[in-house]
Ligand binder design. Structure first.
Ligand code: NAG
Ligand code: NAG
Length: 225
């Protein structure tokens, strides 16, 4: 009997762990779809956002055109991310996936950033990208790869990663995400470009540099890619 109690406990702990893992991404939808609407007049269910009455849903709720058009990469980092998430396609609401097109000028960089809510899977359509991510503390191991056309790479949820066009031609990639709204935290922008700024006492100590280095960094214009 005592043994069974212990087994039950182990199974319960295992299930608790398994279910907490399952919640690492967006929850499963509770219906076929839930086209997001901002105003509740035409709405039926509430699940994060209001859902449009399914009978009123049309193909347009699940559709976007124009992903063949390159984003403008004439900015400081030489890259541009065109997002295709629930903000662009309301029908993605509760479905747990989204997409992005990433354009790179020659030597353009998608700077170090994380997606707090999604794993990313990227494929290169044109060009050559040097990509990588860094594992969490204490290892902080950098894992990198040079990707050519047709190559696919995965950036695990939450980890800091980047993509750099090492070629002298444009590059294009498409990324899929395990969230309708992956979120982006660009490291430099968050740390040095916050509004209001983080105290330079904090950043000078954190980065082990003089305050004038921090002030210089805080004075830069950080492109929100
Ligand atoms: C990305 O490209 C779009 C479309 O060309 C443009 O409106 C936007 O300002 C660009 N973003 C950046 C960060 O350059
Ligand atoms: C791209 O952005 C730059 C800088 O904002 C602008 O001067 C240029 O006209 C844009 N190019 C296109 C094709 O929109």
């Amino acid at each position: 009997m005592k043994n069974m109690g212990a087994q039950f406990l182990i199974v319960t702990v295992f299930l608790a762990l398994a279910s907490s893992l399952a919640f690492a991404s967006d929850p499963s939808p509770l219906q076929d779809f839930c086209v997001a609407v901002d105003e509740p007049e035409a709405a039926l269910f509430v699940n994060g956002k209001f859902c449009k009455d399914p009978k009123l849903a049309t193909a347009e709720d699940f559709f976007l055109k124009g992903l063949d058009v390159a984003g403008n990469t004439s900015n400081k980092v030489g890259s541009n991310v065109t997002q295709v998430n629930v903000a662009q396609i309301a029908g993605l609401n509760t479905l747990g996936v989204s997409l992005a097109r990433i354009d790179f000028a020659p030597y353009g960089l998608n700077p170090p950033h994380t997606h707090p809510r999604a794993t990313e899977i990227l494929t290169v359509l044109e060009g050559t990208l040097y990509v990588g991510f860094v594992t969490s503390n204490p290892e902080n191991r950098l894992i990198t790869k040079v990707l050519n056309k047709g190559d696919v790479f995965v950036f695990p949820i939450g980890l800091i990663h980047f993509q750099f066009n090492t070629g002298h031609t444009n590059a294009v990639a498409i990324s899929g995400f395990s969230s309708q709204n992956p979120g982006v935290i660009t490291i430099a922008n968050s740390v040095f470009g916050s509004k209001p700024p983080i105290s330079d006492d904090v950043l000078a100590k954190a980065f082990q540099v003089e305050k004038n280095v921090v002030d210089y960094l805080q004075a830069q214009f950080w492109v929100n890619n």
